[in-house]
Design a protein around this ligand. Sequence first.
Ligand SMILES: [Zn+2]
Length: 244
Amino acid sequence: MTTTQLQPMPSDWRRALAVVAHPDDLEYGCSAAIAAWTDEGREVAYVLATRGEAGIDTLAPEECGPLREREQRASAAVVGVSEVEFLDHRDGVVEYGTALRRDIAAAIRRHRPELVITLNHRDTWGGVAWNTPDHVAVGRATLDAAGDAGNRWIFRELVEQGLEPWDGVRWVAVAGSSTPTHAVDATAGMERAVRSLLEHRTYIEVLTDEDPETYVRGFLTQHAENTGKRFGGRPAVAFELFGR
Ligand SMILES: [Zn+2]
């Protein structure tokens, strides 16, 4: 177990784009950082590969997709994010490949971020806690698409659609990594992070018998306090930062 201190995240950027597989992927741990960034006047937009339509056993995907989309938009609004896009890949069977890389590269060109955020792309969350195939596919494709977005010749159809290359991504920050390098102070954003995750109410009510607010607050504060042990004792959100 390493006790190396986490470094503060870079702050010389204006726009971030978060790309994840499912509704709630950002709210499970990341949104206190997003709230801190939007407080500072930075622009953050969300892109979700799916609508999370296969996430609730008792709800058919046709009903579940629109519901989770609404919950995700409400959840983003709580932390100051008004742009939420869905790429319409199928929940549970997202395939890593050129179609996914192209869709994410197109989103990066539309939003022109300096910082891209994604969720753990590795096989496990650390140890033997197996990750899900959608997270692995979307995380890897996002790391790759940060480069693809800057290359005119990889997806030529994007230029034909008017999406000029954007080579301005300077970092990809991976949330939920078991080998984080950087962190953001979660103190100011924590209350909104709790309310943001609570917006996924239908999902959470199925997930736990606990009172939703007790569950959400317990999960997020515990997580931030653990990370804080490596960030000067301040509750924090950790990222593994890949420079470009
Ligand atoms: Zn997920």
